[in-house]
Design a binder for this molecule. Structure first.
Ligand code: ATP
Ligand code: ZN
Length: 401
């Protein structure tokens, strides 16, 4: 293996096995979080990879680690096509009044408390701000006459298998289990379960087979409820808010990337035209709201964070068919943007996989408009600061602050 490895106890540097195009450096960097448990930070540029690893003593394992990283690089970068990024709206130059990272001040004030990596408690300022955004999303849902739903936080493994989730996003799954229904197992657990710095240690064989996971998205639950039958009335519009879970390893940072977050979705099921027209209408209605509050953002085509083996094929497919557009809000403090929501079209993927049929017998098409509640509030604070007196009047008017 050719490498110019400059090594010290915590840094490994080498050249990627194939040059990485600029548009893939962030995607590949994000995936390196899942390559080896010893990696605590990764930095990827087109011709250079830097890993910071927790200390270890086996000399030859650096080569093994590099080998795994190169597998990711080759699988994602070799023969990749540059996606044509389509920009539907560009309001990144809207003037905003704040330029700092809100996170340190939020932590200092106790507005945010971290329970674990990616798991946060939010205080009254954020909770009220989220309620304000929720009101707007509910108005959007009402404008489509969307039926309200409540979905569970757990999701059965057999459903996720049916929609190919294990193949597409294995890295971010979160599993749920319980103790086996056996008096000895429960007694043993109650006497010996204990937490150390690595987590909970339990007697071997305590847990039952996994039947459920924590839900990674909201709209899936609607599709499961509609599965294996004709679609009532030929079309459905629904809305729901729910806890979602995506394990994002060392990428879990501040409110930008959480393990446990909440999403509000408006979901469209029906013919292709019905779904695409409503997705577009939703975008136009949201554009008016974002303009009213002065949010700096852009809407551009994007792809889902598919895992390594599926990435190249699926990302190219999503971009060729314009299946996903993200609302990327400006984060002035880091000259960057953050996806606070997305406009998605799944074609007839769920209709086919779950056997949801239209009156003519063909599979239903689906789409959703999804907003990350913590992220929209975080991006707003990053643009307007933590003092409501300095917020745009349209927001202040709605808040009891
Ligand atoms: P689809 O149904 O097409 O797969 P989705 O409904 O799963 O899409 P995403 O686009 O994957 O929706 O996510 C919607 C929004 O949820 C994102 O734009 C973002 O705001 C928020 N979000 C996603 N992952 C996280 C995370 N780890 N932490 C915080 N917010 C997140
Ligand atoms: Zn969705």
């Amino acid at each position: 293996m050719s490498s110019e490895r400059a090594r010290n106890p915590t840094r490994i540097e080498f050249a990627p096995a194939t040059s990485i195009p600029d548009y893939l450096t962030d995607e590949i960097q994000a995936k390196l979080a899942y390559v080896d448990e010893r990696i605590v930070r990764a930095q990827v540029s087109s011709d250079h990879i830097l890993l910071e690893v927790s200390p270890w003593d086996e000399a030859q394992s650096a080569a093994e680690l590099e080998g795994k990283v190169q597998r990711v690089v080759l699988s994602m970068a070799k023969g990749a096509f540059k996606p044509k990024v389509q920009i539907l709206e560009d309001h990144l130059d809207r003037p905003v009044s704040f330029r700092q990272d809100p996170m340190p001040e939020l932590l200092r004030r106790g507005e945010v408390s971290q329970e674990a990596d990616g798991v946060y408690t939010l205080g009254p300022l954020l909770t009220r701000l989220i309620a304000f955004f929720e009101d707007q999303f509910l108005s959007l849902a009402a404008s489509f006459d969307a039926a309200p739903y409540r979905f569970p936080t757990l999701i059965p493994a057999r459903y996720l298998e049916r929609v190919n989730y294990f193949r597409a996003f294995p890295h971010s799954l979160t599993f749920v289990t319980h103790l086996r229904e056996d008096l000895d197992v429960i007694d043993e657990f109650s006497q010996h379960a204990a937490c150390d710095q690595h987590g909970l240690t339990t007697p071997p064989g305590s847990f039952d087979t996994i039947q459920t996971l924590l839900s990674p998205a909201v709209c899936y639950h609607l599709y499961f409820a509609l599965a294996d039958k004709p679609l009532p009335g030929g079309q459905v519009v629904a809305t729901a808010v729910g806890n979602c879970f995506r394990y994002e390893a060392i990428n879990l940072t501040s409110l930008e990337r959480m393990w446990n977050f909440t999403m509000r979705e408006v979901i469209f099921v029906g013919s292709k035209d019905f779904v695409l027209e409503n997705r577009e209408l939703a975008r136009q209605r949201m554009a008016k709201f974002f303009e009213a509050i002065g949010l700096a953002y852009r809407v551009e085509s994007a792809n889902d964070p598919f895992f390594i083996g599926e990435f190249r094929k699926q990302a190219a497919f999503q971009s060729a068919f314009q299946l996903k557009f993200e609302i990327r809000a400006s984060l002035p403090y880091k000259d960057s943007t953050l996806a606070v929501g997305s406009y998605n079209y799944h074609q007839d993927f769920f209709g086919r996989s779950l056997n949801i049929s239209l009156p003519d017998g063909s599979p239903a098409h689906t789409g959703c408009v999804a907003f990350g509640l913590e992220r929209i509030a975080f991006a707003f604070l990053a643009q307007f600061g933590l003092y409501p007196a300095q917020w745009p009047a349209q927001v202040r008017a709605h808040l009891p602050i």
